[in-house]
Design a binder for this molecule. Structure first.
Ligand code: NCD
Length: 358
């Protein structure tokens, strides 16, 4: 298997690596001119199988600001995917053209699947409802720059905690800094997946669940709002039952700490009233801009390739065992080997992290 610095899951790397990226992003932000030729002659391929504004454009701008160039598609309907080309062939080909691939795909585990046969490093720009590591790097950089710390924070995550990949990645990352606590604010239907709650428990991290934002907003140092992920619901009725349940407005902001930071990966639908935009605690537009600097740091670090690459597969192939998650890439791309971690009768899928009982 190739030895690249892929970024599939931030937790594949030690915290010291994330911190290195944060320092580099800070330097780049202060002196962008010094980095304007750092990736001259390099090409980034962006394969976006799902809609995106910020992630795609901030990656593209990041590469252009580093002096590199970009190729790719943002609508698979205009590529050979529309003719039925599988993930393996598309990524194999484009990774042969580019020096780094950035990929977003609606199916969980798809980016790791692509990395298995890619000929260059692959970055996960969101795989279904699973993970979104570069949004988390953006969030970490925003908190570092705006709050000056990643420790001892009470972080409220509000909205669609079940399908929101940004929240999954953020919680997994913030758990690795000391003293952080989580308040998980959602309806029962959209609660955080059990495997992430188990991870919090195993790490000894304090968390509580709440149904009402009003009841807990006063405790928070950070409020991470998310939209209800309409595209991940099986029926429009199910989405309509959840829509509009959480709306942050001026009235709620009055109950919040004077230095609480409001983050949102964006796009917003209706979960933050426009009137909150003028509150100086609203950091979501700055957050989107921080995303460009941290992605510059990431591209540069990956292309310099002077770290130890994490293993893409840590477990082993289990012939005849099928992942219990119907949304896992292994059910769509049948040629994929079924890799699992674990040695007991509960195995963890290497692509989507869901558990399967055997
Ligand atoms: C997020 C995503 O795609 O998961 N957007 C982003 O990348 N900034 C959040 C969302 O779509 O709700």
């Amino acid at each position: 298997m190739p030895d690249f610095l892929n970024l599939i899951d931030l937790n594949d790397y030690p915290v010291s690596w994330w911190n290195g990226l944060l320092s580099l992003a800070h330097e780049i932000r202060l002196s962008p001119q010094e980095y304007s030729k750092a990736c001259e002659g390099k090409i980034m391929g962006t394969l976006f199988y799902e809609p995106s504004t910020r992630t795609q454009m901030s990656f593209q701008t990041a590469m252009l600001r580093l002096g590199g160039t970009i190729i790719g598609f943002d609508n698979p309907a205009t590529s050979s995917v529309a003719k039925g080309e599988n993930l393996k062939d598309t990524t194999k080909i484009v990774s042969g053209y580019a020096d780094i691939l950035v990929m977003r795909h609606p199916v969980e585990g798809s980016v790791k699947a692509a990395a298995l046969t890619a000929e260059c490093p692959v970055v996960n720009a969101g795989d279904g409802g699973h993970l979104h590591p570069t949004q988390t790097l953006t969030d970490l950089f925003t908190l570092t720059e705006e709050k000056g710390t990643l420790e001892n924070l009470t972080i409220g995550c509000c909205g669609d905690l079940k399908n929101g990949r940004t929240v999954h990645s953020l919680i997994k990352a913030m758990t690795c800094y000391k003293g952080n606590k989580f308040v998980l604010i959602s309806t029962d239907e959209l609660a955080l997946p059990v495997y992430i709650k188990d991870m919090l428990t195993a790490a000894g991290v304090e968390y509580k669940e709440a149904r009402d934002l009003d009841d807990v907003i006063g405790e928070l140092d950070v409020l991470y709002m998310t939209r209800i992920q309409q595209e991940r619901f099986s029926t429009p009725e199910e989405y309509m039952r959840q829509k509009g349940k959480y709306i942050l407005d001026k009235k709620k902001m009055k109950k919040a700490k004077p230095d609480m930071a409001v983050l949102h990966p964006l796009p917003r639908v209706d979960e933050i009233a426009i009137e909150v935009d003028d509150d100086e605690r609203a950091k979501y537009f700055e957050q989107a801009k921080y995303g460009m600097y941290i992605r510059m740091a990431l591209i540069l670090t990956i292309l310099r390739n002077n770290g130890a690459p994490p293993a893409l597969i840590k477990g082993r192939e289990r012939k005849g065992v099928s992942c219990s998650n119907p949304g896992c890439i292994t059910h769509r791309e049948k040629y994929l080997p079924h890799y699992f971690e674990g040695n007991s009768d509960i195995l963890t899928c290497e692509y989507c992290d869901m558990r399967t009982l055997i």
